[in-house]
Write a protein that binds this ligand. Structure first.
Ligand code: AQP
Length: 331
């Protein structure tokens, strides 16, 4: 049986990825590379929707690639590349923009949230067309699965709609992908605002567990996490969102069931529980932090690994684009 094609990307919008990215998406990337033909990219063009100092962006792109490798994304098992190294992403995006309705793009909730937060003056057209570029990222590689967190569900739906629309209007070229979302890990929440998703662009990083944080910072963030007035360590998403979020994190990393963790902390205070969650997280993140630092010591080696990935990605992407252009009647 031929291998399934997997595609996913992450934005270099911050120095460090966070625990939401890690549990919601990146841990799946590592597993899926074993039995699938996986393409993973650092979506640097998407990051241009936020104005960033060029030197800072350059460092973040390298840091992102280094973190992915440190987590276990292995360039010998998958195709790891930088989005801007493959021009077909922008070329297909334009084609897809021409079959996307204005109202359809305007209904994307991430655009609505981000443009509302930034205000009209700071909202650029790139933010509006972002999901269409994302659709091009995915459709170019004929992906079967896209491992993502819950926040991306709507964008994957749009990708499917655009792929189907092109196929029925012009020619059956695109494989229609499915989102692969692990329900229990699809939304890791901010430790200070446990009903909101943990995000790289949060107003304050005090509730965001960054993979590259020093252990003492991670401990401090967990110790000061917002919980409730009760005493019981019990999973109850509505009544105890803070404790439930911590239980999800502990369970995902320790491999223990939620029930086993609840039993372990029966009769103990929230303080002990918070320290225990921090301990599990620190044990997971320390090696990732160390390996990222080592990889950043040799940026030339990183760039060389990424250019090998880009070569492979370009082959697949340019073939799809050639077919698309021909189907459109372009000479
Ligand atoms: N809190 C989260 N819980 C579970 N999964 C999450 N993801 C993001 N936040 C959570 C998943 O991580 C992958 C990469 O995300 P991204 O950087 O491409 O974009 P994002 O979804 O916009 O992530 P952020 O952290 O909120 O970044 P900013 O603030 O820059 O927009 C995706 O698969 C995402 O689902």
């Amino acid at each position: 049986m031929s291998k399934k094609r997997v595609l996913s990307g992450i934005q270099p919008t911050h120095d460090s990825f966070h625990l939401g990215n890690y549990l919601g998406a990146l841990k799946q990337w590592v597993q899926l590379q074993e039995d699938n033909d996986a393409f993973y990219c650092v979506v640097d063009l998407h990051a241009l929707t936020i104005e960033t100092d060029p030197k800072v962006l350059q460092k973040r792109i390298l840091l992102s690639a280094a973190q992915l490798i440190a987590i276990g994304v292995d360039p010998s098992k998958c195709t790891l590349f930088i989005q801007s190294h493959v021009p077909a992403h922008n070329q297909l995006a334009w084609v897809l923009e021409c079959i996307t309705g204005f109202g359809e793009a305007g209904r994307m909730t991430q655009f609505k949230d981000k443009s509302q937060k930034g205000g009209a003056d700071r909202t650029n057209v790139g933010l509006f067309t972002y999901p269409i570029l994302q659709a091009a990222d995915i459709l170019l590689y004929q992906a079967d699965f896209v491992p993502v967190g819950e926040d991306q569900r709507q964008h994957i739906e749009l990708t499917r709609d655009l792929g189907q629309r092109f196929n029925s209007k012009y020619k059956e070229i695109f494989n229609i992908p499915q989102a692969q979302i692990i329900k229990s890990l699809a939304k890791i929440n901010d430790l200070q605002e446990p009903t909101a998703k943990m995000s790289k662009s949060a107003a304050s990083m005090s509730g965001v567990i960054e993979l590259l944080d020093a252990p003492e910072i991670t401990l401090k963030k967990f110790k000061s996490s917002v919980t409730d007035d009760g005493k019981e360590v019990k999973f109850d998403e509505k009544g105890k969102p803070g404790i439930s979020n911590l239980l999800t994190i502990h369970s995902a990393l320790s491999g223990k069931s939620i029930e086993a963790i609840e039993n372990e902390f029966a009769g103990k205070g929230y303080g002990d529980f918070k320290s225990a969650v921090a301990e599990v997280v620190i044990a997971e993140l320390e090696p990732i932090r160390d390996r990222t630092k080592q990889l950043m010591d040799d940026p030339a080696e990183l760039v060389s690994l990424l250019s090998t990935g880009a070569k492979k990605a370009n082959e697949v992407a340019s073939n799809t684009l050639k077919e698309v252009y021909a189907a459109l009647g372009l000479i």
